[in-house]
Design a protein around this ligand. Structure first.
Ligand code: ATP
Length: 128
């Protein structure tokens, strides 16, 4: 039974879509080392935020960055699966697609680290 089954009520369809989405997250967590690293960093940053007493704005920014990072990693994984499904052999377009998606994750991760360092530094310099 899937989401296209006409016998499924709208609510059941809605509820099932959450179950499928959660399954995508847990499967990615089990199989993707980078996703595990990003989840660990997210937890560490939440603890750092509590210890340093982030402001409301900093919390909003942090949650936005962490959510964006995890979502991007999930999309990158989805794209890798689709590319592998289309061609298990070496193909320049497969390489271009995977490298571009990996580049998107890298850009977001790099900027997130810079913003994270700026926020943490603004708190630490109060103690120095
Ligand atoms: N079918 C392919 N054709 C050409 N190059 C590929 C192909 N599959 C992978 N590559 C190259 O190998 C790199 C690594 O691909 P892979 O699918 O192993 O992802 P990954 O970067 O190891 O991601 P992860 O470790 O998160 O699974 C790609 O970025 C790409 O440059």
């Amino acid at each position: 039974m899937d989401l296209k089954d006409p016998k499924l009520s709208e609510w059941k369809r809605f509820f099932k879509s959450f179950i499928y989405a959660w399954s995508g997250i847990t499967q990615t967590f089990k199989s993707e080392r980078n996703f595990q690293i990003h989840v660990s960093i997210s937890f560490i940053m939440l603890i750092v935020g509590m210890i340093l007493g982030f402001t409301t704005f900093e919390w909003v920014l942090l949650l936005f960055l962490l959510g964006g990072m995890l979502s991007l990693e999930l999309i990158n994984t989805a794209l890798e699966h689709v590319v592998d499904l289309i061609t298990p052999d070496y193909h320049p377009l497969a390489k271009a697609a995977k490298d571009a998606a990996a580049g998107a994750v890298l850009v977001y991760a790099f900027l997130s680290v810079i913003i994270g360092v700026i926020i943490i530094w603004s708190h630490l310099k109060l103690f120095l």
